[in-house]
Ligand binder design. Sequence first.
Ligand SMILES: C[S@@+](CC[C@H](N)C(=O)[O-])C[C@H]1O[C@@H](n2cnc3c(N)ncnc32)[C@H](O)[C@@H]1O
Length: 226
Amino acid sequence: MLIRSSKRLKDSENLLFLKRLIKNPRSLGAIAPSSKALARFICRHIDYKEGDYVIEIGAGTGSFTRAILNSGVPASKLIVVELDKELAQYLRLHFPAIQVIHGNATILEALIPACVIGNVQTIVSGIPMVNIPKKVQKEIIDSCFRILGEEGGILQFTYGSVSPVSAESFGFFAQKLGRVLQNFPPATVWRYTLKPLVGGQLLKKKNDYMQRFLLKFQKSSRRVTK
Ligand SMILES: C[S@@+](CC[C@H](N)C(=O)[O-])C[C@H]1O[C@@H](n2cnc3c(N)ncnc32)[C@H](O)[C@@H]1O
C-alpha cells in the first residue's frame, strides 16, 4: 500500500516535471528530477546548526527538499524559493510545513524575512546555471552571498565536470565536492564560498604555512577546472 502510494507520488512528480519542462526547457534545465543519491550527497555537505536556516533555490518538484528535511533540518528552518508558479504551488501542497516562496533567486534578500539574513550557512541550488546568462548567474550568486553568513556556502550541482559558474570572474572560491554517478545524467557537486576553503575547512589562520601552501595549490587547480 505504502509502496503503491509512493510510486503514485513519484509518477505525479515526474509528470509535472515533464509538463513544466515542455513549457520552459531552459529554466528547468534537466530531463528528470534529481535522484535520491544526488540529494543525499548534497545533504551530507549542508552545514546546519540549531537556530540557522537552510535556503533552497530552484526546488522543482522537491527532490532536494525532501532529502533536506530527512537529513534533520527542521521544517520551520527550511525556506524554498522557486521561480515557476505551478511548481511553487506543488511544493506548498506537498511540504505544507515549510515556507515556499514563489520568486526569483536574483533578489533573495527582498523575498526572505529580514531576520533570516546572515543566519544561513548553506544555500542548496538546483538552478540550471549553465542555461542562464552570465549576468543572471552573477545576480543569483551575489544575492546568495548577501544573505549567507560570513562563512556560508552555496551547494550547486551540474551535469558537466567543470563549475557552471566562473569562480574567478565572479570573485569567489569553488571547491569540487564530488561526482554522483547514480543520477541521470551523472552530476558533479560544487561548493562556492567567499572565503578560501582548504580541505573542506575555512582558512582562518592566514599565517599557517601548510594552509597557505594548500590554498596556493587550490587556487591554481581552481583556474584549471574552469
Ligand atoms: C532542474 S530543476 C531542479 C529541481 C530539483 N532541485 C531537482 O534537482 O530535481 C531547476 C529549477 O530551478 C528553477 N529556477 C530556475 N531559475 C530560477 C530562479 N532564477 N529563481 C528560482 N528558481 C529558479 C526552475 O523553475 C526549476 O524548477
